[in-house]
Design a protein around this ligand. Structure first.
Ligand SMILES: NC(=O)c1ccc[n+]([C@@H]2O[C@H](COP(=O)([O-])OP(=O)(O)OC[C@H]3O[C@@H](n4cnc5c(N)ncnc54)[C@H](OP(=O)(O)O)[C@@H]3O)[C@@H](O)[C@H]2O)c1
Length: 332
């Protein structure tokens, strides 16, 4: 089967460092072109990464008939506009997270639904450790899953970083809270009914720098998480059932090409002493994500996650920001 030819919208760091090399390693994917607002920048990345074509505008990339799929890692406030433009040009789109600034904006993509594939790039869902975690939940190994807890933080106060710019969709909830939400939705295989949040904002940037939330999935099930752009780097997901506790040691930034560990603890000894370690084989989750998308483009598999999934995640983010305003529980 012919590989899907991808075009990359911008010289974003995540593309240069992770997603482009990962696509280039794929069985089903190849990168045919990159575009930047600056032709020099596009040419430099094209030369460095061995990409055949470079364009000095995003429009030129979308007009290239050889490009079948677009990877969109633009600043968050531009995700929808360029995903829509790419889809109107007949391209399938893998769009970075968060998919949009809010659910209403994401709804604009309904115009092209069914014509091309559109997926939000939560690469973690393709990682074998997430797949295994869900398998354990489904098998009943944890007993009844009652709580998912997630923590994700790093420290970054660079004023020019898009994460610290409120005008382009910065802040912890958009940048990393979206992953915590996906962890809960993925493990419960359900959507939350209502949410409440506590947000601390950076006084200078006005972005949310530490955000905690409680999401009620009904039936006694809840996700609680804290994410922060100004705390010591740390990440962890725990799924706590009536019989066992499952821990994903590096849930979000699993080492590319490295193994990952899951810990399963029946609590027979306190302090995690009774935890049993399961090591999962090395992989690159960005390659797995890109190949899954490419296979869907070729009709080999159904698209794993589509527009509805992306809109669901944005509805939750909307409800959390609303709860910050109201100080109360908000329906999703
Ligand atoms: N899935 C993941 O693991 C992961 C990891 C990190 C980030 N992300 C997501 O990927 C996206 C990009 O993140 P990043 O850290 O790679 O960002 P970045 O390095 O700042 O790249 C953003 C790119 O967007 C282009 N751009 C267009 N208009 C811009 C504007 N007004 N201001 C700044 N840049 C503009 C620039 O490319 P040109 O100058 O070439 O046009 C820039 O290089 C975000 O949505 C982020 O949430 C995902």
């Amino acid at each position: 089967m012919k590989k899907v030819t991808w075009g990359v919208l911008s010289t974003a760091k995540i593309g240069r460092e992770k997603v482009i090399p990962a696509l280039q390693k794929g069985h089903w994917s190849q990168v045919g072109a990159i575009a930047s607002r600056s032709l020099d920048a596009a040419q430099k990345v094209a030369t460095d990464l061995g990409i055949p074509k470079a364009y000095g505008s995003y429009e030129e990339l979308l007009a290239d008939p050889e490009i079948e799929a677009i990877y969109n890692p633009l600043p968050n406030d531009q995700h929808v506009a360029w995903t829509l433009a790419a889809a109107r040009a007949g391209k399938h789109v893998l769009c970075e997270k968060p998919f949009s600034m809010n659910a209403q904006e994401a709804e604009q993509l309904r115009e092209v639904a069914g014509q091309v594939h559109i997926m939000e790039a939560f690469m973690v869902r393709f990682h074998p450790q997430w797949q295994r975690a869900r398998e354990l939940v489904r098998s009943g190994a944890l007993g009844e899953l009652r709580t998912v807890q997630a923590f994700f933080s790093y420290f970054n106060r660079q004023s020019d970083n898009i994460r610290n710019r409120a005008d382009v969709g910065g802040g912890a909830l958009y940048d990393i809270g979206c992953y915590a939400i996906v962890a809960g939705r993925f493990l419960f295989e359900a959507e939350p009914l209502r949410v409440i949040t506590l947000i601390d904002r950076d006084p200078e940037f006005q972005t949310d720098r530490t955000t905690s939330a409680l999401l009620d999935f009904g039936g006694g099930r809840r996700l609680d998480f804290t994410v922060s752009t100004q705390s010591v780097p740390f990440q962890r997901v725990q799924a706590i059932g009536t019989k066992q506790r499952l821990e994903l040691v590096i849930p979000f930034n699993a080492p590319l090409g490295g193994t990952t560990d899951l810990l399963l603890d029946n609590g027979s000894q306190i302090g995690g002493v009774s935890a049993v370690r399961e090591t999962l084989p090395a992989c690159d989750m960005y390659t797995l994500q890109g190949d899954a998308f490419s296979q869907a483009v070729r009709g080999e598999i159904p698209l794993p996650y589509g527009l509805d999934d992306a809109i669901c995640n944005m509805r939750i983010i909307d409800a959390l920001f609303k709860s910050d305003q109201s100080g109360q529980w908000e329906q999703v």
